[in-house]
Design a protein around this ligand. Structure first.
Ligand SMILES: Cc1ncc(COP(=O)(O)O)c(C=O)c1O
Length: 405
């Protein structure tokens, strides 16, 4: 594969160059930038919908059952128009991790029955407010949560989030793992599981669900590790003969660089079928990244172009505070030019943000065409954990969001 082919690995039917100009969801990205200004996040409703449908189909085909449920992890992107659209699609509920996320989801059209809740370190006020939502699916992630929920809703059905002491993540990145050899704050371990079940029994809680989420961004290469994580979950399932469902969390990743092979959903759903459907369990999945990450671009204005020593820097009008994953988790967000002449060469440059921190470099050695006349640049995979995690660091927190219908 040549340099150009590798540099353009991300092109697909709804994202790529038409007559040399970058188009996304049927629109010229340069036109969007001129119209909206920068920094702007643009999200494609069609791409989100396609991602949802692909996941549903894989689960139906792999498991031969139709009773799986998808709960979109709202923490990935809480843009209200997107949420209302998801509700109207009828294709998913919401996975929430704070009472404010629950009320925001309800404000966008979801009902309490549509919401699966999993979080830790909940306060008394948090429990009081969550317990008022009749129909909300509550997953307790500690003994403390079982007892507090039991006091408020004795006799109800709950899920227990377990910690299988093994995790999976993109490129085995430890920063993206929620469980592993090291003890983490998430879920109930084997060592405390008997105590968890007796606490649940004390409050007549029916444990009808097991929940686990052990890391983020896994792709095909990590499926063998994911299988090992699931192997460790069976120990918990074996102790709950009345179990009805298993919530396998989120964590499904999307490619970030040319060498990332996309997640093989056929293989993924076969693993689910072998492990859970075979035991008569229905499956819940709560993806964030997989549904929205590759459905969003961050469009930035170019501020400067300058060689410093032997490195060419391209400056943009937005920094890591607008999309913190590259800085926090070392997840590369591929920069792409808004226009491209295939006959001209690409050259490496560092794309730098406008925040006064050394880590504020979006991408090192990005292969880009001559940028001397370009006004804008787009970063890929900015649909998840970007606007939702943005801060006002250096008082540069201003951005806009747009949904393309
Ligand atoms: C409990 C839980 N479920 C689902 C998700 C969504 O994960 P992802 O966006 O990787 O699919 C997260 C994210 O960290 C999570 O903590």
């Amino acid at each position: 594969m040549g340099a150009v082919a590798r540099a353009d690995w991300w092109q697909r039917a709804d994202l790529g160059y038409r007559q040399g100009h970058l188009h996304f969801a049927g629109r010229s990205v340069a036109d969007l930038a001129r119209q909206f200004g920068t920094p702007s996040f643009v999200y494609s409703a069609e791409r989100v919908r396609a991602n949802l449908i692909r996941l549903h189909q894989a689960l139906s085909e792999g498991t031969g059952r139709q009773d799986h449920r998808l709960y979109y992890a709202i923490k990935a992107n809480r843009f209200a128009p997107l949420l209302t659209l998801l509700k109207q699609s009828g294709l998913c509920g919401i996975d929430a991790c704070s009472p404010a996320e629950v009320s925001h989801a309800l404000g966008c059209g979801f009902t309490a029955e549509d919401v699966s809740f999993t979080a830790g370190s909940l306060s008394r006020d948090d429990f009081d407010s969550l317990a008022r939502y009749r129909g909300l699916h509550f997953n307790a992630d500690s003994l403390h949560a079982i007892a507090e929920w039991g006091k408020r809703r004795p006799g109800s059905e709950i899920g227990i989030r377990i910690n299988p002491a093994a995790g999976v993540s993109r490129a085995s990145n430890q920063l993206l793992q929620y469980a592993g050899a090291q003890t983490t704050k998430f879920g109930v371990y084997r060592e405390q599981f008997a105590e968890a079940l007796s606490l649940a029994a004390e409050y007549q809680l029916q444990v009808s669900r097991i929940h686990f989420h052990t890391g983020c961004g896994y792709l095909s290469d990590q499926l063998p590790v994911w299988r090992e994580v699931i192997d460790k979950c069976h120990w918990f399932l074996d102790r709950l003969p009345e179990l009805k469902r298993v919530n396998i969390g989120g964590g499904l990743g999307v490619p970030h660089i040319a060498s990332d092979a996309p997640l093989d959903l056929g293989e993924w759903s076969r693993i689910i079928a072998d492990n859970f459907t075979a035991r008569g369990l229905a499956v819940d999945v709560e993806p964030g990244d997989y549904l929205v990450k590759d459905a969003g671009l961050l469009v930035l204005g170019i501020t400067f172009r300058e060689k410093k020593r032997d490195i060419f820097f391209l400056g943009v009008d937005g920094g890591f505070n607008l999309a913190p994953e590259p800085a926090y988790y070392h997840l590369p967000f591929q920069p792409v030019a808004l226009s491209r002449d295939e006959s001209l060469p690409l050259s490496p440059m560092h794309v730098a943000g406008n925040i006064n921190e050394a880590l504020d470099v979006w991408y090192e050695d990005a292969l880009l065409p001559d940028m001397s006349r370009e006004e804008y640049l787009a970063l890929l995979n900015a649909g998840a954990y970007s606007a939702a995690m943005a801060s006002n660091h250096c008082m540069r927190g201003r951005f806009q969001e747009f949904i393309l219908l």
